[in-house]
Every structure is written in structure tokens, then in C-alpha cells.
Design a protein around this ligand. Sequence first.
Ligand SMILES: [Zn+2]
Length: 51
Amino acid sequence: MWMCPYCGSSKGQPFSDAQLSGMLCLNPDCGRFDSTLDAEQVNSDWDDSDL
Ligand SMILES: [Zn+2]
């Protein structure tokens, strides 16, 4: 489960566009963007193409 690194809330919404992908915190007191999912997706793509 995703957890916001800034406030610890587990309420997040997946978000992606041409340059960013990650989770947007839905806590009204926080609302920050966590882009750590981006690196994991890049690694998965490399594994698939290598096989
Ligand atoms: Zn947060």
C-alpha cells in the first residue's frame, strides 16, 4: 500500500502525465506529490526488454 512520505496518510490518487508519474496525496492538510513510482516503472521496462 502507498503511504505519503510527508504526512503518513494512505489516501492517495495515482497520477501521471507526459513528464510525471506517481501518487498525489489526498490529505487536505498535505496535498503533496510523491513521484517514487517513476523509477520502479523504468526498471520493469528494462527487465521486459532484456528477456
Ligand atoms: Zn501527504
